[in-house]
Design a protein around this ligand. Structure first.
Ligand code: PRX
Length: 572
């Protein structure tokens, strides 16, 4: 595909001269959109929910349209205010206070959102966990954050090793009839029914914590990325300009709140803008998704390349039975957005799919395509106003256009992480000469468009989900048959990358299909389905450096039949 340009459209961000807009922009002006700029009192839950509930024009507007195969429910801003107040009261009555970590491990549901905002209203820090996590993944996150309370369902409780987590004092069970006789268990529905609908919100500082998102790096266990209330400035403004929402839009972000997209743009972005937010439960299928767009009249849709590729392979036939004509704006995040997917979108939806680039650590979009901008398919777009992005070398010097290097952002920006939980040295390691180093390689062209090239570390991006090779390797070697393991991402047309594991077997074990399947299942059941290797290959040896580090780079070259490069550190 050549670098054809796609013409501009009208949008909220209509400033024709990007350079000029970029120069004039000031985050200070965004503050004026929020009542705290006058009252001095801050809480993102107030700005996202209560503010609209107190506005007679908006109180009875649907904040949430929840749609799952077995349940459909509409929740207005006014109702969401009340139910989150109720949950805040439940939390308070059990001693939860500002700064406490309260985790959520449950599927998306109206209860999830009441609980989420209840946590923020007492000033506590919310830690959403992806519902498909298995025991090890849940344990690692609850241990590291020293969470004192968990909100989960009776079905998911078996994956929570609560008796081995000394800090975890209380568990709220959201279920029909949870067995809550054991000490420390709280029945969500019972206590919600008894709780008052008014609550005296805990007003916090802009720099106070609101969210912990765990994410993977190339080494070590997942790390807790810590975000503060101040992030709302960027959630609000990027949703307005990049996702282009207007008050009467029906917005759908497909991401689960266990990942950062599902909070920044599945919760905060739309609600800070007072927009109706569709949440779809159940499994992905092209029919279910198109039906959701049709039935709820979705106008703005934020999803991921892996989903668009699946829809593309289902063909235009799959979309034909549905009326999705209300859809007017589409954006994408999580992995490179292939030009052919954009071309397909122009055909199938008659709309551009706008690529956006950001990370868990950045908290919100940084490099984006806007309605008002000419798009070059394959490019992530240009830095958002107020954001300075560049390409730097390993010494921290800026590189000229068309040279590949570290994609870096001038620190800070409003939604930037403020810490890695309890790991200050890890946090520091992200920064060089005042630049935040993303771990991605990229270049920019003469017109300032950024082009993604790849990850610089060994982090795997499978279907838009970030997986650390170390986590998977650690789990693999817990299996009795596995001696050593090296894990890489292998390019895959639909998923971006799949996880491929190279293993050596302990003495007494013979390679067989059954054994490999057993090992796969072991990772799947222990960690999570998306972290389980799709391919496993038995080797005599796993290549290591003299200092004992697994040479994943070499494994990858073997896999892809590429030159092996410098092997001077390889251990004989
Ligand atoms: O490698 C980049 C890729 O996803 C990484 C961030 O993953 P995560 O923290 O899980 O956040 C995902 C959603 C915000 C990045 O370092 N990535 C994200 N967006 C893009 C992308 N790669 C290419 N193009 C993108 N638009």
């Amino acid at each position: 595909m050549n670098m054809q340009r796609i013409e501009v459209k009208e949008g909220n961000f209509n400033l024709k001269d990007y350079q000029e807009a970029y120069k004039q922009f000031d985050w200070e002006d965004v503050k004026k959109e929020f009542s705290w700029s006058e009252t001095g009192k801050v809480n993102i839950a107030y700005e996202a929910v209560d503010r609209h509930a107190e506005n007679p024009d908006k109180a009875d507007q649907d904040a949430l349209i929840y749609s799952a195969p077995d349940r459909e429910e509409h929740v207005t801003f006014s109702q969401l205010k009340k139910s989150s107040n109720q949950f805040a009261n439940v939390l308070s009555s059990h001693g939860i206070e500002k700064g406490d970590r309260v985790f959520l491990f449950m599927p998306r549901s109206p209860e999830f959102y009441s609980a989420f905002f209840g946590i923020l209203k007492v000033g506590a820090i919310a830690g959403p966990l992806f519902e498909a996590f298995m025991e090890q993944a849940v344990r690692d996150r609850l241990e590291d954050s020293e969470a004192t309370m968990l909100i989960t369902t009776p079905e998911l409780l078996e994956r929570v090793p609560y008796s081995e987590l000394p800090h975890l004092k209380q568990i709220v069970l959201v279920g029909e009839d949870p067995e809550t006789n054991e000490e420390g268990f709280i029945d969500f529905h019972k206590e919600m029914n008894q709780a008052s609908e008014s609550f005296d919100m805990e007003w916090v500082d802009l720099e106070d914590g609101m969210l912990l998102h765990y994410t993977s790096g190339s080494t070590g266990k997942p790390k807790g990325v810590y975000h503060v209330h101040n992030a709302m400035l960027q959630h609000y403004q990027t949703t307005k300009w990049v996702l282009d929402v207007k008050e009467d839009d029906v917005y759908w972000c497909t991401a689960d709140p266990g990942w950062v997209t599902g909070t920044s743009y599945g919760i905060f972005g739309p609600w800070l803008n007072g927009v109706t937010n569709v949440i779809v439960g159940g499994r992905f299928s092209p029919e279910n998704w198109y039906k959701a767009i049709q039935d709820h009249g979705v106008t703005v849709w934020y999803s991921a390349p892996t989903a668009f590729r699946k829809l593309m392979s289902a063909g235009e036939e799959a979309v034909k039975p549905f009326d999705i004509s209300k859809l007017r704006h589409i954006a994408s995040v999580g992995e490179p957005l292939n030009p052919e997917v954009i071309a397909w979108g122009l055909d199938a939806f008659k709309l551009r799919i706008h690529d956006t680039w950001w990370m868990t650590e950045t908290g919100a979009q940084l490099i984006c395509n806007y309605p008002a901008m000419e798009m070059k398919p394959g490019s992530m777009g240009k830095p958002f106003p107020g954001i300075v992005a560049s390409i730097i070398d390993n010494e921290g010097n800026e590189l000229p256009p068309n040279q590949m290097g570290n994609l870096a952002i001038k620190a800070p920006w409003p939604s930037m992480m403020r810490a890695i939980w309890e790991r200050p040295e890890k946090f520091e390691s992200y920064f060089l000469n005042g630049w935040y180093i993303s771990g991605d390689s990229a270049y920019y062209d003469e017109e300032g468009y950024f082009w993604f090239q790849g990850r610089l570390d060994d982090v795997i991006n499978t279907s838009g989900e970030r997986v650390g090779p170390f986590e998977v390797e650690s789990k693999l070697i817990e299996h009795e048959a596995v001696a050593e393991a090296g894990v890489i991402g292998k390019p895959d047309p639909e998923r971006g990358e799949i996880i491929k594991a190279f293993i050596t077997l302990n003495e007494g074990y013979q390679e067989s299909d059954e054994l490999l399947e057993d090992i796969r299942q072991f990772v799947k059941k222990g960690l999570s389905a998306h972290a389980a290797p799709r391919e496993l290959e038995v080797k005599d040896k796993i290549p290591k450096t003299r200092s004992g580090k697994i040479m994943r780079r070499l494994l990858k070259s073997w896999e892809l039949g590429l030159p092996t490069g410098d092997l001077s550190t390889l251990d004989e």
